[in-house]
Design a protein around this ligand. Structure first.
Ligand SMILES: [Zn+2]
Length: 532
């Protein structure tokens, strides 16, 4: 933080009592009129995309840049950059090795020695309301509290709401709270919740499904809304490594890309376009109105974990025309949502933070077009290396450490593997480089990261390598393209502007707690960045 910014910030905060330990403008005011925190996590929104497309934005991103404060050097500081891990980190202020959600799924060893894949937000004590046969969801695997829990502990009248296009994001952003938590089901085409939170759908959610959901959930053609002259900010629309390899350009039609006679197929098609985010923001409007968020003399919390930048990014990549259109739609939606908050909560009575759970790598083939290293590792190549590592481990005898070291040596032979390490060695000897240090934050003794955690090893691919499908791209690496995320806050009393100081995703939850006047645990990995 520059001295000049620090002085400006202190000057802005002092009149409101920010420097007093637990009193803040929002905190004091909350006792009279209430305040609403809107915590937006845009899945896979790499921070540089906001700069790349800045000239095309007209809505929420522009307002956030003008009226909010932006920390432009913010990173996710764990290695396994997956959705559930990133959202939990944003909510908890600790790294995954401490909050426990180290990935979207992991491997756990049963008493008979076999390995079972466990979904991060699986909750065996819960069921999905209204859906028999679906596995329960809830925070059973989250071993710490987060911002929503701290708010509830401080203010018994607080309301906690979390809405997302993905169950793991909605659940993680709610911490351990039993608030109102809803996620869009791609097969059902409606929002679901679990019995961890409640036993029925409230009337306002059912009414939303009946009357309003169709506004954002009936399209069968995804048209580009990119204005003329702006398209060139993205790469050309047709690229053989996008989507299904055929339908790589606008307009995207359900009649070509889905089975129009099958409701589930249509829902899955919509789930790949901009529609779930629109639906989530529409449901959020209903939540604000029905639950009177921000107007109840309490501190209310609304998490919006918006998933479609991730899904569009998986299929088409960060610089695709599809992603540009999706981001322009999101920008407009966020802008109109902010206007809605002004009208329905009141200007100055809501604050908003925006970040991402992780970034993304450009498609390997498109990287090569930019003169960068790019390597697509097909699933069968990956599977072959894992099989060889398993075989050398078995041949190495019965000592688990010797087995793991043999497996790591085999994995290192692949020319797209940058590092293969033995977890036990890493823990005992400490990290050999800064990337291994990030891996330690993704470590959990009983929750082994796939695909090689069962061998006691971790593998880092080369920068620019992506392992997975024949098309599309992914994340989950410790490289900066997967870790550079937005970190922006718009709140009364917080000076607008930009800070270049290096901050971390773990800092956001305590920072928001500080701004709300909510005490938070003193053993977090993060710290408030608006504190003296
Ligand atoms: Zn994600």
């Amino acid at each position: 933080m520059s001295l000049r910014y620090l002085l400006t910030l202190l000057a802005a905060l002092v009149p409101f009592g920010f420097l007093g330990a637990c009193s803040s403008p929002a905190g004091d005011e909350a006792e009279q009129d209430g305040v609403l925190l809107v915590y937006v996590v845009v899945d896979r929104l790499r921070a540089d995309l906001l700069d790349r497309y800045e000239s095309a934005f007209t809505g929420g991103f522009v307002r956030l840049r003008a009226a909010g404060h932006r920390w432009e050097n913010a990173t996710v500081d764990h290695a396994h950059t997956a959705t559930a891990a990133g959202h939990a980190t944003a909510a908890m202020g600790t790294h995954p090795h401490r909050h426990g959600v180290v990935g979207n799924d992991w491997l756990e060893q049963g008493e008979d020695g076999s390995w079972e894949s466990v979904y991060a937000l699986r909750d065996r004590g819960a069921r999905i309301v209204g859906e028999s046969g679906m596995e329960g969801r809830g925070p059973a695997n989250l071993v710490r509290t987060g911002l929503p829990d701290w708010i509830e502990a401080h203010d018994s009248k607080a309301r906690i709401v979390s809405i997302s296009g993905k169950d793991r994001a909605a659940v993680a952003m709610a911490g351990r709270s039993r608030g109102e938590v809803y996620w869009m089901s791609s097969s059902r085409g409606r929002f679901l919740t679990s019995t961890y939170y409640r036993n029925n759908y409230p009337r306002w959610v059912e009414r939303f499904h009946r009357r309003r959901l169709a506004n954002s959930w009936s399209d069968t053609v995804w048209h580009s809304t990119i204005p003329h002259g702006v398209e060139s900010l993205s790469r050309p629309d047709t690229f053989a490594f996008e989507g299904d390899g055929v339908n790589t350009y606008f307009p995207h039609r359900a009649s070509r890309e889905a089975d129009g006679t099958d409701a589930r197929s249509l829902n899955r098609w919509r789930n790949r376009g901009p529609y779930p985010d629109q639906a989530a923001l529409d449901l959020a409007r209903e939540a604000v109105r029905e639950l009177k968020l921000g107007r109840r003399g309490a501190i209310d919390y609304l998490a919006l974990a918006l998933s479609q930048v991730d899904r569009v990014g998986h299929s088409y990549g960060p610089f695709s025309r599809e992603q540009l259109d999706n981001l322009l739609r999101l920008d407009r939606e966020l802008g109109s949502f902010m206007e809605f908050l002004d009208e329905n909560v009141g200007a100055g009575r809501w604050m908003l933070a925006l970040t991402a759970d992780h970034g993304v790598m450009e498609l390997p083939e498109a990287r090569r077009g930019l003169g960068l290293f790019g390597r697509r590792v097909l699933q069968q190549e990956l599977d072959a290396v894992i099989a060889r590592a398993e075989a050398t481990a078995e041949a190495a005898g019965t000592d688990p450490l010797a087995q793991a070291r043999a497996a790591a040596a085999t994995a290192r032979e692949a020319d797209w593997v940058a590092d293969a390490f033995v977890w036990d060695d890493l823990i005992r000897e400490g990290p050999a480089d800064s990337l291994q240090a990030l891996y330690l934050r993704s470590w959990h003794p009983e929750r082994r990261l796939p695909p090689v955690g069962h061998l006691g090893i971790g593998v880092r691919l080369l920068e620019g390598a992506y392992a997975g499908n024949e098309r599309g791209t992914g994340h989950e690496s410790p490289y900066i393209y997967d870790r550079h995320v937005p970190f922006m806050i718009m709140a009364r009393g917080l000076e607008a502007g930009t800070t270049t100081e290096r901050v971390s995703l773990v800092d956001l939850a305590p920072t928001l707690a500080q701004l709300l006047g909510v005490p938070y645990p003193d053993d977090l990995d993060g710290r408030s960045v608006v504190r003296r």
